[in-house]
Design a protein around this ligand. Structure first.
Ligand SMILES: O=C(O)CCC(=O)C(=O)O
Length: 254
């Protein structure tokens, strides 16, 4: 058992857990370099990775910054980079995930980086991950959010709404992204982390983050996991080949 009783109780109550340090110093340095190489376009597979740019790029406000600092999100970078796949498979993370999802049979659902460049990193609106991930049932995935820079209130750390996962899927509006209404931001907990630390959250926990107005970057690496006996309820022909990270596969499951 990795988690203390108090940590498990906190997760059950809140739907998230501010865990603390998970990366060695060298792992942190290597991951930072790798993410930057992908964002700047220097990585040999950079063109294969889905990228979303800061909203201000569309309005031409960010012409003078480097390509690296225009990037807001990298989608599933583990598909094209071994170091990022190795991070998703980090046994220290999987040990915690196994306890939170209640099984050693673990599949990787998705990875992403959410970068908030200095001065202009934009918000992530209040949402539940399962509002996006409707092809997986039950809606009970767990994400690990690893800080590649110190995440502070000032630079736009993630904020989580305690207990929100217990109310099932909240209604969401779709604009560019999904938004859920009725969140009292003053009640959300800021997930303050040192670089190399991480938090875990349930896929029904309402969360979001504010802008980064500081001169310091805020990079987060998110790895999301599900039970291998979860069901795929999307179109059969669109089902990705989700990698098994631990334990066993189940027939007719993800
Ligand atoms: O990094 C952020 O600001 C938001 C993170 C997020 O939405 C997530 O981890 O699901």
């Amino acid at each position: 058992m990795i988690l203390t009783d108090a940590q498990k109780l906190n997760y059950e109550r809140d739907g998230f857990l501010i865990y603390g340090s998970i990366l060695l110093k060298k792992e942190l340095g290597d991951l930072r370099q790798r993410i930057d190489a992908l964002a700047s376009g220097e990585h040999c597979n950079a063109e294969k990775i889905g990228v979303r740019l800061e909203a201000a790029v569309q309005t031409r406000e960010l012409q003078s910054v480097s390509r690296r600092d225009k990037v807001w999100q990298l989608l599933d970078p583990h598909l094209h980079d071994d170091m990022l796949f190795k991070h998703a498979n980090n046994p220290k993370i999987l040990d915690v995930v196994a306890e939170l999802i209640g099984t050693e049979d673990i599949k990787l659902f998705h990875t992403q980086t959410l970068m908030k460049p200095a001065f202009h990193g934009s918000i992530v609106s209040w949402h539940q991950d399962s509002a996006y991930w409707t092809s997986i049932s039950p809606s009970a995935l767990v994400s690990c959010w690893t800080a590649l820079d110190d995440a502070t209130e000032e630079n736009g750390c993630v904020r989580m709404l305690s207990g929100s996962y217990k109310k099932g899927l909240w209604p969401h509006d779709r604009r560019d992204f999904l938004h859920t209404q009725g969140v009292d931001a003053s009640k959300a907990t800021p997930v303050i982390l040192k670089a190399g630390g991480c938090s875990f959250h349930h896929s029904l926990t309402v969360h979001g983050s504010f802008e980064n107005k500081t001169p310091y970057r805020r990079r987060g690496l998110v790895t999301s996991y599900m039970r291998a006996d979860s069901n795929w309820v999307g179109d059969t022909e669109n089902k990705p080949d989700f990698p098994l990270l631990r334990g066993q596969e189940y027939p007719d499951c993800v």
